[in-house]
Ligand binder design. Sequence first.
Ligand code: AGP
Length: 622
Amino acid sequence: MCGIVGFIGKKQAAPVLLDGLAKLEYRGYDSAGLAIRNGNELAEVVKSQGRLKILAEKTDNGNALVGTCGIGHTRWATHGEPSRTNAHPHVSGNCTGTGSGQVESEVVGVHNGIIENFTELREKLLKHGYTFYSQTDTEVVIKLVDYYYKKYTHDPQEAIAKTMVRVRGSYALCLMFKSYPGEIWVARKDSPMIIGIADGETYVASDVPAILKYSRNVYYIGNLEMAKLTEGTATFYNLDGDQIEKELTEIKWNAESAEKGGYEHFMMKEIHEQPRAVADTIHSVIKDNKIDLSSIGLEEEQIKNISQIYIVACGSAYHTGVVTQYVMEDLAKIPVRVELASEFRYRKPLLDKNGLVIVVSQSGETADTLAALRLAKDKGIKTLAIVNVVGSSIAREADNVFYTLAGPEIAVATTKAYSTQLIAGYILAMQFALVRNEIDEDKLAQLITELRTIPQKIEKILEDKERMQWFAAKQVNAQDVFFIGRGIDYAVCLEGSLKMKEISYVHSEAYAAGELKHGTISLIEDGTLVISVLTQSSLYEKTVSNMVECKSRGAYLMGLTTYGHYGIEDTADFTVYIPKTDEHFAASLSVVPLQLMGYYLSVSRGLDVDKPRNLAKSVTVE
Ligand code: AGP
């Protein structure tokens, strides 16, 4: 996610803004920029790609920019590669060269969020004579504000309100209008934003850490609300232009917990960001109940001719590939092989010339996965990357890219990126199935409708997280844990086991439930914890039988199944229920209690959840 800051008061703005952006660096970014106004003078914009210190050096730590009113931004690329041109602030006029210097434009602004309908809005604005210098959705929304500002009464509140009605997606917007010096206008929908007041000065930021040094007294701006900020004041409006009264709230967090949004660890914060991340990833390619893969670049003819799919990845990304294999083969009837990148790159794979290699990587920098991608390209096989980091090595080298919109993931143990990779896999399977006439439009519409319910179903599971906390705390001395399941449930067991191993250091194994009796069941002893996942109805009874086999050998059984399968309580010692969904998508729900299990077990054992021993967030070496 991007970082936003704004200030208006007596102090020089630029140093305050740079300081605030520095407090947001933990969120991850690829470029940064400032826009400063000195009284009635035009805004001065300075932007840079790369680390914030480059921007600080360019502006002599902000001292080169004179003015007590300004906005700043650190960009996490979603639309458009990381570059100075795509960096914010963006302007409503034209932008020559590097986009720095004084700007004539009426509107200058920064944005955090994702404008889903930016393509259609861009087309509309082009017809009205606007031109675009960047690839960003932000430039579109700022030019749209300008369009309404000029079309109606040159009133910022009205122009912003009309824009908010027209735009679909999420945004936290900070805007300055040439004709309204000494004012910052803000607007919000779904993306975080807070406004701080202290000593006759006003601060705005996308997250608490950026302003905590200056103010603990903040206003929370609601969805579809806007505000006019002046020195020491904030005036709130609804879409109709009616003024809204708000109370100041005191922030009680310290700086460290503020970075984690009040959660104890980034991992828990990111577990709770999954509904938003999943929704954003869905909305990035599904519009009006249709899947639009044009931004990924896969042509229908290509899809029709795919003879074989190879999904290649590491760790959790590999686990999403195992889920996608079941879903793709069932929906699109295309044979799928899932391969560990570290094996694929050395086993001289025989690849079908009409095959498609799909590499999956959160970081886009994993050495083994990058090597696998290069191997596939050397063999002339089409490649598609499912990646979370725009402009990463894998994203740049793959023929096609499906970007997940998880935002920056700080915890080493992946959660929200894993969940968005699952969504990407489902959507590819659904579209491939449609294009190859394996499903019709009605079936696709049904699947899309169900897919859209996943975010709220994840929310529902998280509402009951204390139940997993209680159970995990009882397992603090567990030695060897087994995760068993069949089909997609087995694929989720792989991820549940990895979560437990990598952050609680408790040894565990994921096993295909039907495979246990071929040797491994001899390891089951009195009290061995066996976690069984049962969301696939056609396999439910068989997995229950495997649970009984384990129980007869002394196992302590946890059952994870969907509401309604209450008979499981005759067999399991502890049961966790998740909402029903289309069984193709069940992994997105059943993984959440397992993420929580690993998290709470790690916390119970007093371990460093976010930075587990011996692990790196991205394994960029062999
Ligand atoms: C999972 O929690 C780990 N962080 C690890 O398995 C990770 O999924 C794997 O290293 C692949 O990383 P990537 O997605 O960045 O390629």
